[in-house]
Design a protein around this ligand. Structure first.
Ligand code: IMP
Ligand code: MG
Length: 188
């Protein structure tokens, strides 16, 4: 296999799929839904590093409840655009999940392997409740059935970057969600 191209493609060559304004509006709605569903309670937002950080930061600010944060680290993709099929915990949460309203915050639901794995980890800790908030869903690629309780956008089967999502660690800081053209990662 050829090495992956290390040089990021100029942003001007990317197609915007979801604009920053569309994201902002939708995430605010998701925050309102969470606020309504957990009225009078506290929530623990558990982000999946690193892709969910930007989404978590924006979502958290539209949740009008007492909230705390924690993070899981997982490795599954290892700088590739195809899932390896195995998920490994690289960082556990630092706080107790027991008796908490845990909302797992993820950038994208793709094959479902990552969230199924993390769901089992969380449920072992006996939270009071468990929900999934995902910014994006690519249902065409699902291997293990799982749905988000709070979902931003359903997208077609394209590799996307920006707003936290990366390709080989690049492009996480793009404010829009863009389609990475296959020329940017196909070998040769
Ligand atoms: P799953 O385990 O296949 O559902 O994969 C979820 C993880 O794969 C996400 O947390 C992302 O890190 C990564 N991923 C899946 N699709 C994309 C994509 O289109 N762009 C960037 N990362 C993706
Ligand atoms: Mg991720």
């Amino acid at each position: 296999m050829n090495p992956l191209p290390p040089v990021p493609l100029p942003v001007s060559r990317m197609k915007v799929l979801i604009t920053r304004d569309e994201i902002t509006r939708r995430v605010a709605e998701m925050g309102r839904d969470i606020t309504r569903d957990f009225e009078g309670q506290s929530v623990l937002l558990v982000g999946v590093l690193k892709g969910a950080t930007i989404f978590l930061a924006e979502l958290a600010r539209s949740i009008e409840l007492d909230a705390t944060f924690d993070f899981f680290g997982v490795s599954s993709y290892a700088d590739r655009t195809q899932p390896s099929g195995e998920v490994r915990l690289t960082k556990d949460v630092d706080t107790s999940l027991e008796g908490k309203n845990v909302i797992l915050v993820e950038d994208i639901l793709d094959t479902g392997l990552t969230l199924n794995y993390l769901k089992n980890v969380v449920l072992q800790h006996q939270p009071r409740s468990f929900k999934i908030a995902a910014l994006l869903d690519k249902p065409a690629r699902r291997i293990q059935p799982i749905d988000a309780d709070y979902l931003g956008f359903t997208i077609p089967n394209e590799f996307v970057v920006g707003y936290g999502l990366d390709y080989a660690e690049h492009y996480r800081n793009l404010p829009d969600i863009c389609i990475l053209p296959p020329e940017a990662y196909s070998a040769g």
